[in-house]
Design a protein around this ligand. Structure first.
Ligand code: ADP
Ligand code: MG
Length: 298
């Protein structure tokens, strides 16, 4: 772990239950996240995404293995509450704002017990609501706000104590696509302007593509981990995972004439990497797709 690493998990394993019915929700996850990264964790339902996020946020404890965040081993924390309040901001799918508190009061909740005076809490909450574009809605109750606005309040609340790390579990899951895009833009701005490290769990590919890195999980393990650098490479990666792409790649001649030499070059590179990772790629429904580089190569 270098000084630039904010998160490190080592052979992280979480087993629910015991005996024959035991579920291996995480099965030896090794993940390294640098300070200032913005990444997405993807994978089919039940593959362990939320379990992993909860471990990183010290909401749950490993069965075995380690989680380090900001240089601290989470199993040896002096105060778990302090860690959660000061180092991490959480955003969940269902905004879970307190219904009887206004937007501003909700944003103040995490600041309580942090030795911040009432007027300073209020000032900071208003500043954060301003930042997420809700300055005019500070005194509204959650049920007077739209879903997208409530999720903005949840973002402001997650930022209350200026955390190093934001953990967001399906933050756009209950939103229409427009509001979802706006939330991702907001998170992207935070990441760029304040350097906040952000980990987003999602099964929406478009949401994931608003980040800089995609980690794919399956059956409690990481099966793919790549940085988003090149839009064409991303598109072709998606193609390589799709049924159409599979058909093209396994049934050579005809479609190949329809891609440019440049596309073909990138496609070959993608296929080499997918093969090189030693894991089977998956399509978006979670079915295994066997890369067909053998047939493809000329
Ligand atoms: P994801 O967020 O990727 O959908 P989860 O991390 O929620 O997946 O769950 C991973 C696996 O662990 C699933 O099989 C799920 O049913 C199981 N699981 C999650 N939480 C519990 C729990 N509290 N008790 C028992 N099994 C659980
Ligand atoms: Mg989940």
């Amino acid at each position: 772990m270098t000084n630039d690493d904010l998160i490190r998990t080592v052979e992280l394993t979480r087993i629910y239950g015991s005996g024959e019915t035991a579920i291996r929700a995480l099965d030896g996850v090794n993940l390294l996240v640098g300070s200032g990264e913005f990444l997405a964790i993807m994978g089919p339902s039940g593959c362990g995404k939320s379990t992993l996020l909860n471990m990183i946020g010290a909401l749950d404890q490993p069965t075995s293995g380690e989680v380090w965040v900001a240089g601290e081993n989470l199993s040896a924390l002096r105060s778990v509450d302090e860690f959660r309040a000061q180092t991490v901001g959480f955003i969940f799918q269902l905004h879970n704002l307190l219904p009887t508190l206004t937007a501003r009061e909700n944003v103040e909740v995490p600041m309580q017990g942090q030795g911040i005076g009432a007027s300073e809490r209020k000032r900071r909450a208003l500043e954060l609501l301003e930042m997420v574009g809700l300055g005019q809605r500070a005194d509204h109750l959650p049920n007077q706000l739209s879903g997208g606005q409530r999720q903005r309040v949840a973002v402001a609340r997650a930022l209350a104590n200026a955390p190093l790390l934001i953990l967001a579990d399906e933050p756009t899951g209950s939103l229409d696509s427009q509001s979802g895009e706006e939330i991702m833009e907001l998170l992207g701005e935070l990441n760029r302007q304040q350097g906040t490290t952000i980990v987003v769990v999602t099964h929406d590919r478009r949401v994931a593509q608003a980040t800089q890195r995609i980690v794919r999980m399956r059956d409690g393990r990481i099966v793919e981990d790549h940085r988003l650098l090149d839009a064409m490479e991303e598109d072709l990666r998606t193609l390589a995972r799709s049924k159409l792409g599979h058909a093209i790649l396994t049934d050579g001649d005809l479609p190949l004439r329809q891609i440019t030499p440049e596309e073909e070059k990138v496609l070959r590179r993608v296929l080499e990497r997918i093969d090189g990772a030693g894991d089977q790629a998956m399509d978006d429904s979670g079915k295994k797709v066997t890369p067909a580089t053998g047939r493809y190569s000329k």
